[in-house]
Structures are given as C-alpha cells and as structure tokens.
Design a binder for this molecule. Structure first.
Ligand SMILES: CCCCCCCCCCCCC/C=C/C(=O)SCCNC(=O)CCNC(=O)[C@H](O)C(C)(C)COP(=O)(O)OP(=O)(O)OC[C@H]1O[C@@H](n2cnc3c(N)ncnc32)[C@H](O)[C@@H]1OP(=O)(O)O
Length: 292
C-alpha cells in the first residue's frame, strides 16, 4: 500500500551509486548495499536495518544523501519490508548532521541541489509508510537529530557523550521551519522554543526527560530494544497504522511541499551571505583544531 510514498526523487543526473551491489541473503531476501549505506534485511521479520557508514562522522554529504534516498525508495517499494531500523556503523556517532563542506565555498547551483536533497531525505523518512525506529548509537547533532526525529520511535544508547539536538544557532545558522515543525511535534512548543534558541544538545537523561527520545538503554541493548519496539509496532494492522501516521504528519509535510522552491531560494540566499560563510568556516576550523 502506498498511502504516503510515491513522490519523485529530484536529483542531479549522473550521481553514482558507487559500488552498489544486490545479492541474496541467507533468508532469500535481497541484500543491497552501496558504499555508505548498509542494508541488513530480515525478510522473515519484514525488517531491514539500515546502517549509516560514511566515516568518520556520517556527515550528510550530497552523495551520501543520494545513496540513502535511493535505498529508502527501494525498501519502500519492496513489499517484503514493513519496518526499518535506522542506526550507524560509525562508532560513537549516529550522524554529525549536514556536511558543512557542502555549504561552504560552493556556488548557488550547488547549494540549491544540496538543499533539494536535504528536503527529499526528510520527506522520504517523515512520510514513509514503513515503521521507522531510530537506534541512536552515537552523537546526533542538527541534521543527525532531524533524521532521528522523522522516525516513529527513538531509542538512545546511554552514554553522556551521545548528545542529541538541533544546535544550529551555535553555528550562527538557523534551523529551517520544517526542522522546527518536526521538533515542535515531538517535544512541544515551549521546549522546542528553548532548545532551538539555545542550540541545546541533550545528553541521554535530559533527552528522555524532554521527550526528544522515547527510551534510553545500555549501549549493548540498543539493537535488541529496537527489534522489540519494532515487533510491537508491526503488530498493528498496516492500513490502520499508515492512515493514522498520514493523518498525524500530512499537514507538517505539506507545509514544506507547498513551498519547496521558495525554501530552496531562502536557503541559497542565506547560506551565500559572506557573514554566514565566515561563521561556518570558523566553526569548521574549530572542529579541526579541537584535535591538536
Ligand atoms: C528570514 C530567515 C530565513 C532563514 C532561512 C533559513 C535557511 C536555512 C539555514 C541553514 C540551515 C542549515 C541547517 C544545518 C543543519 C546541520 O546539520 S549543520 C551541521 C551541524 N553539525 C555539527 O555541529 C556537528 C559538528 N561535529 C561535531 O560536533 C563532532 O565532529 C562530533 C560529531 C561530535 C564527533 O566528534 P569527534 O568524534 O571528536 O570527531 P571530530 O574530530 O570532531 O570530527 C572528525 C572529522 O569530521 C569533521 N566533521 C565533523 N562534523 C562535520 C560536519 N557536520 N560536516 C563536515 N565535517 C565534519 C571534522 O571537521 C573532522 O575533520 P578532520 O579534522 O578533517 O578529520
């Protein structure tokens, strides 16, 4: 059933899927992997585990986003799968968010192409017909947090270094309205107002308290917990759950869909400003110097 999916992916022609491979797993399910997106299918259970693998920090580059979008489309169109567990293959990092190098020192056409891909991954995840469970096994700032927020349920590993939140203001940039909408829908208006203005990154206990995640578990239990949550969600008849999900999310998604082009133009003109470019460069430089 395709109640929510089925929209077109608008992406640059010629983006390579790298070493994409499709083979048959032990249980007969197709196993497909690209350079950076590993898919572990469990056909019997109807679940695919997506492991993000773009070391060192799973930053969301254009190529990585493109691979992820294609992977999600394949899974969405494959009736074998009713649920996805989204997790990371990079130790200690779920995702560092948008790749700052895609937003620095490039031309307006590149910024526009990049932003369209960011919008697309959000729409694909947020409107998926499948049950999405985020098994957050590492730090999850900004775009990394946003990916987790699109899921139906979030389990976070209990490690004080695994902070999660929309920290855009700390970089001198602004979370777009649809990041904000997704956060407000998750933690409520007052908590989102404070979290966004201060760019808060919540450690696990606080993330649970504010409702940013649904459960915090010891790190070695993250996958088993995600599987058990998934089986609970998959016990609900698909049509009822999907229609309910659509009812809950459609207005938020439509808010972006109706003004996608204007949102791209806003992003391009904002990110192209000298002052913003300067802030991003300083932030990147600080990240690099942190090690030395
Ligand atoms: C009227 C108003 C109109 C408004 C219009 C609005 C328009 C919209 C505006 C723009 C909106 C943009 C939204 C942005 C969303 C984002 O996601 S921005 C990205 C935010 N991410 C972060 O702040 C995370 C930064 N990274 C870290 O904090 C740490 O790296 C980590 C994730 C906690 C991991 O730490 P550690 O394991 O110690 O690794 P590091 O040594 O720090 O990093 C390793 C290398 O990776 C590089 N790197 C890290 N993060 C990124 C990244 N996001 N992008 C690119 N590269 C990254 C880091 O520099 C290191 O590189 P090397 O030194 O070369 O090894």
């Amino acid at each position: 059933m395709a109640l929510l999916a089925g929209r077109t992916v608008l992406l640059r022609a010629g983006v390579r899927l790298g070493a994409e491979a499709a083979t048959r797993g032990g249980n007969g399910a197709r196993r497909f992997a690209s350079h950076r997106v590993l898919v572990e299918p469990d056909a019997a259970a109807g679940i695919a585990t997506i492991k993000l693998k773009n070391p060192p920090v799973n930053s969301l580059s254009l190529e990585f986003l493109t691979e992820l979008i294609i992977c999600l489309e394949k899974l969405e169109n494959d009736k074998t799968f009713r649920g996805i567990i989204l997790t990371s293959d990079c130790p200690g990092i779920f995702s560092a968010g948008l790749d700052l190098r895609e937003m620095c020192g490039k031309n307006p056409a590149h910024y526009a192409e990049y932003w369209r891909a960011v919008q697309e991954i959000w729409l694909k995840l947020y409107l998926s017909n499948m049950v999405l469970v985020a098994a957050i096994n590492g730090a999850s700032p900004a775009g990394g947090c946003l990916m987790a927020l699109t899921c139906d349920y979030r389990v976070l590993a209990d490690n004080p270094r695994y902070r999660i939140g929309l920290n855009e203001t700390l970089l001198g940039i602004i979370a777009p309205f649809w990041f904000k909408d997704n956060l407000v829908n998750t933690i409520g208006h007052r908590a989102a107002d404070r979290a966004l203005q201060l760019g808060l990154l919540f450690p696990p206990t606080e993330a649970l308290q504010v409702g940013m995640v649904d459960q915090v578990v010891p790190e070695d239990q993250i996958h088993s917990t995600a599987l058990s949550v998934m089986s609970q969600w998959l016990a609900i008849p698909d049509h009822a759950r999907q229609l309910t999900k659509s009812m809950m999310r459609k207005a938020t998604a439509d808010h972006l869909i109706k003004q996608r082009e204007a949102d791209i133009q806003n992003f391009v003109s904002f990110i192209s400003k000298d002052s913003i470019q300067k802030s991003l460069q300083v932030y990147l430089e600080k990240l690099k110097q942190k090690k030395h």
